[in-house]
Write a protein that binds this ligand. Structure first.
Ligand SMILES: NC(=O)c1ccc[n+]([C@@H]2O[C@H](COP(=O)([O-])OP(=O)(O)OC[C@H]3O[C@@H](n4cnc5c(N)ncnc54)[C@H](O)[C@@H]3O)[C@@H](O)[C@H]2O)c1
Length: 386
């Protein structure tokens, strides 16, 4: 419960019956902040988030609200935006519905926090960024991978100069998403339909933009080969549909300083890794392998000298030659950590750099990736400004 001295803030949360909206944003972030008694503010009081759940299905919303002891839900977005205490609009609905809802929220004078991709294309994303700027509202875009413990440790290694000169980054992201016939699919069917905003390039390149640029260096060019490896899947009702969107992307990115990054993103691969995403970074002084939570390193001084000999079984246990990087800090849920920063940005005016322009940069990389695939060529990544 909120205390008497608390500052309350109404947050209109759209798409909270979905995978991300429910688990990561409502339960693991907003409700987790409430479970901790609210978010401590600069003046010593606490901020108490008051979610207003918004969606299309009244029965689902009501059940969700009841399950979490919440009272406020509606299928009418405009009514929610007009609630007197509503200060923030949050969007985790299907990507294709996002831009129109954000536009309405900005017009209603609310601050905006949103999942990625912020819009279907760069022009639409920039239009939202300009609208927020002109209306004087604050805006933030989810860039959760930066808050993963594994990537935070990797970032710490880069800042600490561990790698010497960084040569390359190799990322593997993915897992097998079931087709939906003999086993239920673990991702929504719209992900596999281009006309509904699906596709792994649109989904993942937004992430790779900020991961590569915030941890390493600006991206100068992109080359991408996409594929729709599985042509037919089965939707939530068990009906077959044709897949019109890419389910795998093989991307190469040139970064400032001559760093070459290659990232495979796939919903059609089986995991033989320790985590669902892993990045290997090789530098002149050392290498690291970072995943969602873990990060392991090998310094040049402890690098063994393997000799190529296919005639005998491997003589070394290569994985055991790496050292674990310790947490050395509290590593909270990444979505919650970013929510806390955004709430402090809104209420205490603390800085927050992942705004709608940052979101537009993510969309730009996805758009260029798609075009690179269509044209079969490498494309420069031009500077994006408002
Ligand atoms: N940051 C991340 O790591 C991450 C991961 C996955 C998804 N996402 C983003 O989150 C958003 C939601 O993804 P999700 O996987 O939770 O999707 P989901 O299908 O599970 O949820 C979609 C939500 O949108 C609502 N919706 C509104 N109009 C809809 C329509 N026409 N069809 C289907 N649903 C509709 C649904 O009711 C539901 O609440 C997407 O924009 C996606 O790109 C982000």
């Amino acid at each position: 419960m909120a205390g008497t001295g608390d500052r309350r803030i109404g947050i209109v949360m759209n798409g909270v019956t979905g995978r991300m909206g429910h688990r990561q944003h409502l339960v693991r972030s907003i409700l987790a902040i409430r479970a901790e008694g609210g978010l401590p503010l600069a003046d010593g009081t606490r901020l108490w988030p008051e979610p207003v759940l918004v969606g299309r299905n009244a029965a689902k919303l009501q059940a969700l609200a009841e399950a979490h002891g919440l009272e406020r839900w509606t299928t009418d977005l405009d009514a929610a935006l007009a609630e007197p205490d509503a200060e923030i609009y949050f969007d985790a609905q299907v990507t294709s519905g996002r831009a129109a809802a954000i536009r309405a929220a900005i017009a209603a004078g609310l601050h905006v926090y949103t999942e990625k991709p912020v819009a279907a294309d760069v022009a639409g994303a920039l239009e939202l960024a300009r609208a927020a700027r002109d209306a004087g509202v604050k805006a933030g875009v989810v860039q959760d991978k930066l808050f993963l413990p594994g990537l935070r440790k990797l970032d710490r290694l880069v800042r600490g100069g561990f790698f010497g000169r960084i040569l390359s980054v190799r990322g593997e992201f993915g897992y097998w998403v079931f087709e939906g016939d003999w086993q239920e699919a673990q991702r929504p069917s719209w992900n596999y339909r281009a006309e509904d905003g699906g596709g792994i390039i649109t989904d993942m390149f937004c992430h790779w933009r900020y991961v590569l640029e915030e941890i390493f260096a600006p991206i100068r060019s992109v080359q991408c080969l996409g594929a729709t490896h599985v042509a037919r899947r089965f939707d939530e009702k068990g009906r077959p549909y044709e897949c019109t969107a890419d389910d795998a992307a093989y991307g190469t990115f040139e970064l400032d300083g001559g760093i070459v990054a290659q990232i495979n993103s796939s919903w059609t691969t089986r995991v033989f890794r320790d985590e669902l995403v892993e990045f290997q970074v090789d530098g002149t002084e050392g290498s690291a392998v970072a995943g969602l939570r873990r990060c392991r390193v090998q310094h040049r001084s402890t690098t063994p000298k393997p000799v190529w000999n296919p005639d005998i079984p491997a003589t070394e246990d290569f994985r055991s030659q790496w050292q674990e990087v310790p947490d050395n800090a509290e590593m909270d849920n990444g979505f919650k950590a970013q929510w806390e920063l955004f709430l402090r940005h809104v209420v205490d005016d603390e800085p927050f750099r992942w705004d709608l322009l940052a979101g537009a940069r993510g969309v730009q990389l996805a758009e260029l990736g798609l075009r690179s695939w269509a044209d079969g060529r490498r494309l420069a990544v031009p500077e994006l400004t408002l």
